[in-house]
Design a protein around this ligand. Structure first.
Ligand code: GLN
Length: 453
């Protein structure tokens, strides 16, 4: 098949099926077919690369030149980005075909993809259940086979949790591995781009395109990028897997325990050994994250003021009225809640008690992992406390929603890489196994994922 035929087949599938899932905000058919035609021409000229003509799509948090970039918000509901994110440029240069922009929780805040201005996303396994969030569009589209792979972002679990809920593979690389330039900022010290695909092998191929130093991102790491596909088939015999006792508490359902422990037993059959470890500050991760993330988001979102781009209210009386009404109308409830919490935590008089204290505890959480990786090569846990919950179940209780992130958030606070792979099902809903690696050890996570699949 030519790239144009493959692209058309995916576009047809999206057209036929996505009304069920709502995983796309924008489908860029014309642009995709032009990219596919260019890939066919490159192939005819003998210049094809491994990525020539490969269809994929971007989470709508990545700026795409000339294409609507909404971040799931009314605030950016009319925003056509004037430039490409580095990640988007990398895929374009590699010859990939972008089919469009994927739905997400508003400004990537959420764990269920119910907070998007463009409507909730449905879990392809069961339409009454959520796909997870915030990269729910990415996960649902890959699970429904509307695309083979998607970009996504993870500030506190937003790649791994939806991957787990939709039965697909998601990897969040080490903080600083993938450029954040052109990725709309939520919490800058936590945000990291990554991938959602069916398999670890596909994730490795995507990371080969995404990872690398970018002078436009001051926290991007100047460090060589390995070929992430090179070690997929390495033996894992002799590897030590750490199981944090704080992640396998008695209140984790026995069905969940069983699925995850069965998966770990497969690794033991492949020659790995298991060791119990302790991450004693685990219980502090959620409170610390829900001070730091809102604080950083309150600063980042201050640029959405209705002046230069994005939503602007009708007939403002004066500049204060313009700010107030544009923001009041443009932001949804969860985003407003976080801006309020963050502004409070950063305000004079409270900064030391909240933001600074949270940063200090964050260091303790990171140190737990540094100590653990002196004893083990990889850490494993469930990705989520349970399979996908029902739509509407947690929307009226923000704290219940925040508790969803219990196994994923500490990893962002520490800046470590982690991956979720499908490892079983409970009541016909998929369950994810989380693999947590040491800094820049993405290749090992991909190797372990591939060995399981
Ligand atoms: N559920 C988390 C939050 O709402 C995760 C968000 C993310 O990783 N982008 O903040």
């Amino acid at each position: 098949y030519s790239s144009v035929e493959v692209t058309q087949a995916y576009l047809d599938r999206i057209h036929q099926l996505d009304s069920r899932y709502n995983s796309f905000i924008t489908v860029t058919a014309e642009q995709a077919l032009a990219q596919a035609a260019a890939a066919d021409a490159a192939r005819a000229a003998g210049n094809a690369t491994p990525w020539s003509g490969v269809p994929m799509a971007h989470k709508d948090i990545f700026c795409t030149d000339g294409v609507l970039t909404t971040c799931g918000s009314k605030m950016l509901g009319n925003f056509v980005a004037p430039y490409n994110a580095t990640v988007v440029s990398n895929f374009n240069s590699a010859g990939a075909v972008s089919l469009g922009k994927l739905n997400m929780d508003e400004f990537a805040m959420g764990s269920s993809n119910e907070s998007s201005f463009f409507g909730a996303v449905k879990n392809p396994w069961h339409p009454e259940h959520v796909p997870g969030g915030s990269s729910g569009g990415s996960a649902a589209a890959v699970a429904a086979r509307l695309i083979p792979g998607a970009t996504a972002t993870d500030t506190g679990g937003s790649i791994r949790q939806p991957a787990a809920f939709c039965g697909v593979t998601g990897i969040k690389p080490t903080y600083g591995r993938v450029s954040r330039w052109g990725m709309i900022a939520f919490a800058s010290s936590l945000d990291q781009g990554g991938t959602i695909t069916r398999t670890a092998e596909d994730s490795a191929m995507m990371l080969n395109v995404m990872a690398g130093f970018d002078p436009k991102d001051s926290t991007s790491m100047q460090r060589d990028v390995p070929d992430y596909t090179a070690n997929l088939n390495d033996s894992i015999a002799g590897l030590t897997i750490g199981l944090p006792k704080e992640y396998f508490r008695d209140d984790l359902s026995s069905a969940m325990q069983q699925q995850v422990r069965n998966a770990i037993a497969e690794y033991e059959k492949l020659g790995a050994t298991v060791k119990e470890i302790s991450l004693p500050n685990t219980h502090l991760a959620i409170p610390v994250y829900y001070v730091i993330a809102p604080s950083e988001c309150s600063a980042n979102l201050s640029r959405m003021d209705g002046v230069r781009f994005g939503h602007r209210c009708e007939d403002p009386q004066d500049v204060n009225d313009l700010f107030k009404r544009s923001r009041g109308e443009g932001f949804g409830e969860e985003v407003k809640r976080r801006i309020m919490v963050g502004t409070y935590a950063l305000s004079a008089g409270f900064y030391d008690a909240y933001y600074k204290k949270a940063q200090q505890v964050r260091r303790l959480i990171k140190n737990d992992f540094v100590e653990a990786f002196k004893q083990v090569d990889v850490i494993m846990s469930p990705t989520t406390p349970s399979p996908a919950f029902r739509a509407g179940e947690k929307t009226s209780d923000p704290v219940a929603m925040y508790l969803e992130d219990i196994f994923t958030i500490a990893i962002n606070l520490a800046g470590l890489p982690a991956m979720s792979i499908p490892c079983g099902q409970i009541d016909n809903l998929p369950v994810g196994l989380q693999l947590i690696g040491n800094y820049f050890d993405e290749s090992r996570l991909l190797n372990l994922g591939h060995q399981f699949q």
